[in-house]
Design a protein around this ligand. Structure first.
Ligand SMILES: O=C(O)CC1=CCC(=O)O1
Length: 91
């Protein structure tokens, strides 16, 4: 099942740089593992914002929630999820 996921990252301005760097490094490692597994087939930067547009390919909303909530940056992200269904005109 495909989900469109929009993530906006909002790190507290007073977060120590070392903590932010650690969170970002762990986020990258997990994101790249999920990409290699085929569960995160699209990851795009939104130009001009600390945000991304992603597509996840997972079994269901429960798996998506488990993945998203395991992301190190999860506590600092505003996440909007849209479930995708096949368009009847898509070829
Ligand atoms: O930088 C972001 O948009 C947040 C993020 C998601 C996966 C990743 O590596 O960073």
């Amino acid at each position: 099942m495909l989900f469109h996921v929009a993530m906006e990252v909002r790190l507290p301005p007073d977060m120590p740089a070392a903590k932010a760097d650690d969170l970002k490094a762990r986020e990258r490692d997990l994101a790249q593992a999920l990409q290699r597994q085929g569960k995160w087939p699209h990851l795009w930067r939104v130009a001009g914002r600390y945000a991304n547009i992603s597509v996840f390919d997972v079994a269901d909303a429960d798996e998506l929630h488990a993945l998203l909530s395991s992301l190190p940056l999860f506590p600092y992200m505003d996440i909007r999820v849209t479930a995708l269904a096949r368009h009847p005109s898509a070829i």
